[in-house]
Design a protein around this ligand. Sequence first.
Ligand code: DX5
Ligand code: ZN
Length: 227
Amino acid sequence: MIKRPIIAPSLLSADFLNLGEEIENLNNSGIDWLHFDVMDGHFVPNLTFGPMILAQIRQKTKLYLDVHLMVENAAQYIEPFVKAGADALSFHIENNPHIHKNIMEVKSHNKKAGVVINPGTSICALEGILPFVDHVLFMSVNPGFGGQKFIPETLQKVCALREIIQKNGYKITMIIDGGINEATALDALRAGIDGLVIGNAFFKHPLKKYDKICTHYKSLKYEAESN
Ligand code: DX5
Ligand code: ZN
């Protein structure tokens, strides 16, 4: 059976002057998730958008809205994002002593919950939370900005976690985020990644049409399995 990767374009690289048009073009393009990067200028040195923007996007799409929280005190954003229409929320492990509580709160709203791990953090830090999460988001760049270079060493962690997931029979989706393009996507899929967050290499792709770009990335898994 051919397994196709989850395709999750990162809104960070969209054209904000034409956001409505961007959402319309993403609807029916075949993408699985729309990745929504929330930055607060504290956990990461950049600022992006919050629940108010997500609520407006929700009015224009049925897409699965995947919120990546790069913030201090993530707990205070759970309810606002759930109310705004998020389908999934992900929390960084690095700054969150109450991540279990946060994950359970998200699940109590019948939403998906995930944990995010930075390039410099060992997967050992994930051990306690794995039984409770729906997905693990591997940062393959240091979070904060789009258009950075992929850190290949991330894939060693992906392979190691894949084994732990299999050994324990966890139902966890593994997603990768940062510096993903055709080449790095293939390497990530070969390492066992199930889903690709793609910013610059999606929105600035020479194929231009989002349905074509989506099909293009979806076909990468096929190549990975046939090699
Ligand atoms: C970075 C964000 C990413 C970013 C990826 O902190 O979490 O989602 O948008 O962008 P690219 O694919 O351009 O590296
Ligand atoms: Zn992200």
